[in-house]
Design a protein around this ligand. Structure first.
Ligand SMILES: Nc1ncnc2c1ncn2[C@@H]1O[C@H](COP(=O)(O)OP(=O)(O)OP(=O)(O)O)[C@@H](O)[C@H]1O
Length: 234
């Protein structure tokens, strides 16, 4: 498989007062096209920092990040904004939908700026919300709101789908159905999904498991016997 993402010796330091915090300390990693990657680690390990840098929401202190044939660490503000808008779909723990827009409008609002976007209605049908497209976020359950957020990310037709604890606010059954949706989308569209979580039990659904500890890569495991979410219990 062709390489899509590469981190080379990436460090990230945050300065709070006089004390620097090393969130990432020499991270090397690579991810291929179409891979479903799970990034695991304890709280504060650096998982979200990796995701935020990859998504162009944060910058490195040193090192290089390549996505496709471009080095995003060389991008200026304008190119980073374009990259975030066109190439990256984000799914967060708290769905961040716009409360006064209905499901369809939430998706359309996000795709407006994207050249190659998909049809918002089609994607909402795909995530199982055919009959809810006119509902406002307050009229939808947590799981349904997360489906809208996933539709919003996918409808941009991005290169990457980045998910930060996407099931963190959901109950077991709903969380599982959201993971299944992400797994199905990855299988059907061959889009690369990078999912950050504390929950090591979901690792068997990934092609690659990257463990992060104290800002460093602890291990990378290629999973040759990937499992369907339905078959995983935790
Ligand atoms: N904007 C920031 N300013 C200062 N320190 C930060 C900032 N963002 C992250 N950090 C610090 O960097 C380290 C890594 O944080 P990060 O959010 O990447 O961890 P995480 O593995 O995603 O944790 P969690 O699972 O709790 O979200 C932590 O020590 C955190 O406090």
């Amino acid at each position: 498989m062709k390489k899509l993402i590469e981190f080379k010796k990436v460090t990230k330091e945050y300065k709070i007062g006089e004390v620097p915090i090393k969130a990432l300390d020499g991270v090397d990693l690579s991810i291929s096209e179409g891979e479903f990657v799970v990034i695991l680690g304890a709280s504060g390990a650096g998982k979200s920092t990796i995701l935020n840098i990859l998504g162009g929401m944060d910058t490195v202190t040193s090192g290089q990040v390549f996505v496709g044939d471009q080095e995003i660490t060389r991008f200026n503000e304008k190119k980073l904004t374009e990259y975030r808008g066109e190439k990256v779909g984000f799914v967060f723990q708290f769905y961040n939908l716009i409360p006064n827009l209905n499901a369809l409008e939430n998706v359309e609002f996000a795709t407006e700026v994207c050249k190659n976007h998909l049809d918002a209605k089609d994607i909402l049908h795909k995530v199982g919300l055919k009959n809810r497209i006119k509902n406002f976020p307050s009229q939808l359950s947590g799981g349904e709101q997360q489906r809208v957020a996933i539709a919003r990310a996918v409808a941009k037709n991005p290169l990457l789908l980045l998910c930060d604890e996407p099931t963190g606010a959901l109950d077991y059954v709903t969380g599982k159905s959201v993971l299944k949706l992400l797994q199905d989308l990855n299988r059907e569209t061959n889009k690369c999904v990078v999912l950050v979580t504390h929950n090591s039990a979901i690792a068997p659904m990934a092609d690659k498991i990257i463990k992060v500890k104290s800002g460093m890569i602890e291990s990378v495991t290629i999973n040759d016997e990937k499992q369907s979410v339905e078959g995983i219990e935790w």
